[in-house]
Design a protein around this ligand. Sequence first.
Ligand code: FEO
Ligand code: CA
Ligand code: CA
Length: 663
Amino acid sequence: MNDHFPPEAVFRTSQLEENDGPGHNPTENPTMGEIIASRFSRRGFLKGSLAVSAIAATVSPLALITADNARAASGSAFNFDEIEAGIDEKHHVAAGYDADVLLRWGDPLFADAPEFDPKNQSAEAQAKQFGYNNDYVGFIPLEGSSEHGLLVVNHEYTNEHLMFPGIVTVAEGKIKVADADQKRVDIEMAAHGGTIVEIKKEGGKWQVVRDGKLNRRITSTTEMQLSGPVAGHDRVKTSADATGTKVFGTFNNCAGGVTPWGTYVMAEENIHGYFAGELPADHKEAANYKRMGIPEGTYQWANFYDRFDVSKEPNEANRFGWIVEVDVNDPNSLPKKRTAMGRFKHEGAESIVAKDGQVVFYLGDDERFDYVYKFVTAGKFNPDDRAANLDLLDEGTLYVAKFADDGSFEWLPVVFGQGPLTAENGFASQADVLIETRRAGDLLGATKMDRPEDIQPNAVNGKVYVMLTNNTKRKADQVDAANPRAENAFGHLIELVEEGGDFAATKGKWEVLLKCGDPSVAEVGASFSTATTANGWFGMPDNCAVDADGRLWVATDGNSPKATGRTDGIWAVDTEGEARATSKLFFRVPVGAEMCGPLLAPDMQSMFVAVQHPGDGGEDWEGFGRPSYYEDLSTRWPDFKDDMPVRPAVVAITKQGGGKIAV
Ligand code: FEO
Ligand code: CA
Ligand code: CA
């Protein structure tokens, strides 16, 4: 989710990122981001991407290096001619590749699903159509094929001002989104969650199999089960569920993962925005909810459903903030909230099988000054018996990371009875520890990070990459080696090496792989290699992927005309040899969009990327051929073009004539 909305806007969803962690800096001092942003004035970028190059060339010798020369000089693992960074209403991919829209918000997913009609939306229709704001994208091969499989996609959140005609008004320069009625709330709830859809490559082009037997929509009302140590605990019982096991729905599913046994895991992230109401200050859940920013009330679901009002149903919010596992082989299976993996603002859940067969999941808690976690299953992965793996996520050890300035780190067990996680600190069981995972991390002395996003293990080189997107609230006296910049506007990447190359190890070494931002501006302190061109640097790393050759691809959220003079995109980042920390731009999104996905099929011949909220915001991109958000939807989208993601969309990238990507 981005946080670069125009300041005068009264957006509901923009508030979701405004929940400040324990390090909240109450001052209004200008941040490094704002100082740097002044370089990228809107005026300078109205001329388009040429203006970006012109500005960069005047200040940076890096701009004089062409992409081809850079590659030849650096020994990059990536072979493509990078595109120009810039800003316009279209998406762009490197020459020699096709980037075809595969699925858009509202596309029918079942034989009996209605066609998308933005002026006649309903919850029933939405529940049979592709949801909104696609974030995580996974591919589960069918019968081992890289050309036929299930695409699994998270629908993180909804942007009402972009979805519903006629609900935005402008008065005295202020933009206001109308309050929701129940019909709108029901559509919002149906637009959240996830999609499982069969796709097939035919004649070199990907197609959706609309009547695929395994196609499924998961929404904010789908029945699911709480499983693991918290299931049945008093703190997750509600008036509708005396068992403390039966939950309806999932929402704000950001990144996620596909397990080695072929299930789909969805990370529940910014759950605080869906709850409203007030808890008395002395309520037993008050401190727990405060640490999670609950209730925040961005959405108006509580006006129609009591369970989202904490004053009426004080335990419901303890049933969200988990990792949800879905068995995609059975469209009627109950998704399971795997409570052993902790409760926080889960970003993703990428996994790898460790040396002895245990499975390790890397988990980020996306909040300023929150933590990096991993979960190690107690049981071992059985590659010959899928069913034997289906409850592996109910038992295991959750760890939180502590980074030392000497380049070592420790994984601290988040286990009841160990260290400070005892009755003395208010924990009576592992269930208590898991419900309040953040407080457990606080007590353990975990390292406060600059917003941990996606974390990706690399099976080829044995390393792990941590995306830390930004943290402008970090003050100079809060800097440490793992979070080395105050007012960190552009984020950084950390590389972990687990001890003995064992992903299940409890300690290891770390180093900063890359400090992001414009390397030509000394104050930014970016650390891209000198082979990185003026197009190749980026800010705000978010989602990421490692391909079958072990190469790292980074997607960004927050690049914009004001922040970095470029839209978000997919950057190929070298991690090895003399090319280490060289980055090249492969794909970029239309203005206003955030870049999600990415995912390469096992044969590396297809990349799937997710374009979230294209056209969001306003003043930054007015004049680029796209009407702004406060116009009626019917004028905004007079026709729907298949060649451009005017709605949140998954785009399939293939090489013209076939072949592996960037090889
Ligand atoms: Fe939904 Fe942390 O991004
Ligand atoms: Ca994210
Ligand atoms: Ca990922």
